[in-house]
Design a protein around this ligand. Structure first.
Ligand SMILES: *[C@@H]1O[C@H](CO)[C@@H](O)[C@H](O)[C@H]1NC(C)=O
Ligand SMILES: *[C@@H]1O[C@H](CO)[C@@H](O)[C@H](O)[C@H]1NC(C)=O
Ligand SMILES: *[C@@H]1O[C@H](CO)[C@@H](O)[C@H](O)[C@H]1NC(C)=O
Ligand SMILES: *[C@@H]1O[C@H](CO)[C@@H](O)[C@H](O)[C@H]1NC(C)=O
Ligand SMILES: *[C@@H]1O[C@H](CO)[C@@H](O)[C@H](O)[C@H]1NC(C)=O
Ligand SMILES: *[C@@H]1O[C@H](CO)[C@@H](O)[C@H](O)[C@H]1NC(C)=O
Ligand SMILES: *[C@@H]1O[C@H](CO)[C@@H](O)[C@H](O)[C@H]1NC(C)=O
Ligand SMILES: *[C@@H]1O[C@H](CO)[C@@H](O)[C@H](O)[C@H]1NC(C)=O
Length: 591
């Protein structure tokens, strides 16, 4: 070893300054709040390139799929693209997807040789499809190419390049296969790497090369209250892998923490060399009954010394860890930041806002920004539809469901939109909904109903001289996990329609309930709360992998033929507003 006295003055100075900046960094730790990516953002996979962090998350059957979020400071995350953003990337696949929780499972996002890669498995009955999307520009939808397909046996592919440049996918199990990224061809048979520590569903693998080791990080215990992250390592890619004696390295199982289901994560470094991880978590407390936002993405600091196992900091609402990069919203791209409010006025010719998503690929022309606002052409299926049948797939929602929504990203929020709607035939309906799945949703619609109702429908009756009488109603209905409230139908008060659009709103004024209300847009004080419903309806159950969306819909409730509703039921939405009113970071603290 070189004696100290032989070090040049400059060398000594740099050594001292390195040591002091490290010390400073540690004593100057940052405080922040989880989740950093609130709302339905499960299975985050992240990487850092030239000082910008990127994360991809699961989207199941919602479309566009696999959002890419970018951040300079790990706190402000901007939606910059979706890896799956065009029907032509996977023709016909979305409309063949019947199950509410099929579709794009957990992706892995990596950067290699100047390109971004997203590898994922799309689940569709009897035909699971492995996909590798590539892009040189993650800030552009168009730059994501058509995927290379591969025949993965199971879900959750990782993508890892070994020192020799060969690429590998590890999947649920945990098994490893080499992949040809040009053709999708996989080596066979898969090599079993590790079965975990005994928890169910060893899955969500990620491989890291560090200090001469291959580190294997996996999720174990299932994505519910027993979820965890465990690790093993080997000197050899194919094993044998030795389990860490202090597993799990991260979990909140068996605790009474507000953040539960912590698991399925990924590790990455900041530009200063500090390690971090993102994983999913559910803000449910151990009762795990009310968690409409589903599985959200949380950030935790990681201390990972040379040759040692990493130390992952337990997930809480308020966190303290490595100094965060300086706050910055200087991120390219034209998408919104995930935590920003929506203020959308749908000026003709503008694109549909990037954070609004659909349930499967929409029918062509179903959504358009027109001079009248956001036009939604109704789907024959309502938000529930009928169970899938080959004879009438259009009534199952499979061939397009006219719903558009954004993630509920806040425990407490207010959402409203102004509806212009002139239904002509019974069954035509348009409204707003909290939507988890087709069997978990809470709706408030304006609907034309057949039969004798109230006199408020005289206007529409006069207009069309239909043989049967019809009346216009505000209809509240809910279905989902647990006990839904009784549906409620009240006449649209006289004069509301003549006064212009109707403002429909959804509010979460507390953490457990939504209230759905209507008012003439011109007279918001005339607001009537039509119904309230428990957020437990849109928590778990048939939608345990997904998270609630808040948005607008139009339907003709099965009238019409094929995929076409009777004419005249188009709905126009204007003045779309969503604003967060509070985040719970524990059972009792709101930030
Ligand atoms: C969709 O399903 C139909 C009927 O099962 C099948 O014939 C068709 O090949 C499928 N298309 C795709 C793209 O999977
Ligand atoms: C994991 O379990 C399977 C099935 O029991 C077994 O075939 C395989 O060898 C195990 N893998 C390892 C790495 O122990
Ligand atoms: C590493 O794997 C290779 C073949 O895959 C094998 O020949 C070698 O013995 C392994 N080394 C160790 C230390 O297990
Ligand atoms: C700063 O954060 C790191 C990473 O979480 C942790 O290891 C360290 O103990 C913290 N230092 C202080 C002084 O809290
Ligand atoms: C409609 O109004 C008329 C006259 O005001 C009244 O006699 C009738 O009962 C009303 N019908 C309904 C269904 O309310
Ligand atoms: C939450 O709001 C609902 C509906 O407004 C109400 O019934 C319930 O009592 C509220 N819960 C709490 C804890 O305030
Ligand atoms: C919802 O869950 C129930 C109970 O697990 C199941 O029987 C039903 O088929 C599910 N419905 C849908 C649409 O997935
Ligand atoms: C939803 O649509 C189905 C037909 O697709 C219909 O049977 C059902 O009654 C509708 N629900 C309501 C509340 O109108």
């Amino acid at each position: 070893m070189k004696p100290f006295s032989l070090l040049s003055a400059a060398g000594l100075a740099s050594l001292v300054s390195a040591a002091s900046s490290t010390t400073l960094g540690r004593s100057d730790n940052s405080t922040y709040y989880n989740p950093v990516l609130p709302g339905w953002h499960s299975d985050p996979s992240c990487t850092q390139v030239d000082g910008t962090f990127f994360c991809a998350t699961s989207t199941f059957i919602s479309f566009p799929g696999i959002p890419i979020y970018a951040s300079r400071d790990l706190i402000n995350w901007k939606l910059v693209s979706h890896a799956w953003n065009r029907e032509s990337q996977l023709p016909g696949v979305s409309w063949n997807t019947t199950g509410q929780q099929q579709g794009m499972y957990a992706p892995t996002l990596r950067h290699h040789d100047g390109e971004f890669y997203v590898v994922c498995e799309y689940l569709v009955t009897n035909n699971n499809i492995g996909v590798v999307f590539r892009s040189a520009d993650p800030f552009s939808d168009a730059a994501w190419g058509d995927p290379v397909l591969f025949d993965a046996g199971t879900i959750d592919p990782d993508l890892f390049w070994d020192d020799d440049g060969r690429a590998y996918v590890a999947t649920q199990g945990i098994v490893l296969q080499e992949i040809d990224l040009e053709t999708g061809e996989l080596s066979r048979p898969p090599v079993s790497l590790w079965n975990g520590t005994g928890g169910v569903w060893p899955e969500g693998p990620h491989l890291y090369r560090k200090d001469g080791w291959y580190y294997l990080l996996i999720a174990e215990g299932g994505t519910e209250l027993d979820h965890s992250i465990t690790m093993a390592r080997s000197r050899n890619l194919t094993g044998p892998y030795e389990a860490y004696e202090c597993n799990p390295v991260l979990t909140n199982r068996g605790t009474d923490e507000y953040f539960q289901t912590v698991g399925h994560g990924d590790l990455f470094q900041d530009p200063a060399g500090g390690w971090w991880g993102m994983s999913l978590a559910t803000r449910s407390g151990p009762a795990w009954e009310v968690y409409p936002m589903g599985r959200e993405a949380v950030l935790f600091p990681v201390a990972w010394d040379e040759g040692e196992w990493p130390v992952l900091q337990p997930v809480r609402g308020e966190m303290s860890g490595w100094t965060l990069p300086p706050t910055s919203r200087e991120v390219p791209g034209d998408g919104p930041f995930n935590s920003d409010p929506d203020v959308y006025d749908f000026e003709a010719g503008t694109p549909i806002p990037r954070n609004l998503v659909y349930w499967r690929v929409p029918r062509e022309g179903a959504f358009a920004v027109t001079a009248g606002g956001l036009r939604v052409v109704p789907s024959r299926n309502n938000l529930t539809g009928t169970p899938y049948s080959e004879a009438t797939p259009e009534l199952s929602g499979q061939q397009g469901l006219s719903f558009i929504g954004r993630r509920q990203t806040d425990t407490l929020f207010a959402f409203s939109v102004d509806l212009t709607f002139r239904p002509r035939q019974a069954g035509q309906e348009a409204g707003v909904a909290v939507f988890l799945t087709q069997v978990n949703h809470i709706d408030l619609g304006v609907v034309l109903l057949p039969g004798e109702g109230s006199n408020s429908s005289c206007a529409s009756r006069r207009k069309q001289e239909a043989a049967e009488t019809q009346w216009l109603a505000l209809r509240f209905r809910a279905e989902g996990t647990g006990e839904p409230p009784e549906p409620k139908t009240v006449a649209v008060p006289a004069g509301w329609l003549d006064a212009g659009p109707i403002r429909l709103s959804i509010e979460a004024a507390n953490a457990t309930h939504y209230s759905l209300a209507a008012a003439p847009a011109a007279d918001p004080d005339a607001r009537v709360v039509v119904g309230t419903a428990s957020a437990a309806l849109v928590s778990g159950g048939n939608g345990s992998f997904v998270g609630s969306l808040v948005g607008a819909y139009a339907t003709c409730n099965g009238a019409g033929a094929g995929v076409e509703c009777p004419e005249g039921g188009d709905a126009y939405f204007n003045r779309w507003r969503y604003s967060g009113l509070g985040q719970y970071v524990s059972e009792t603290e709101i930030v």
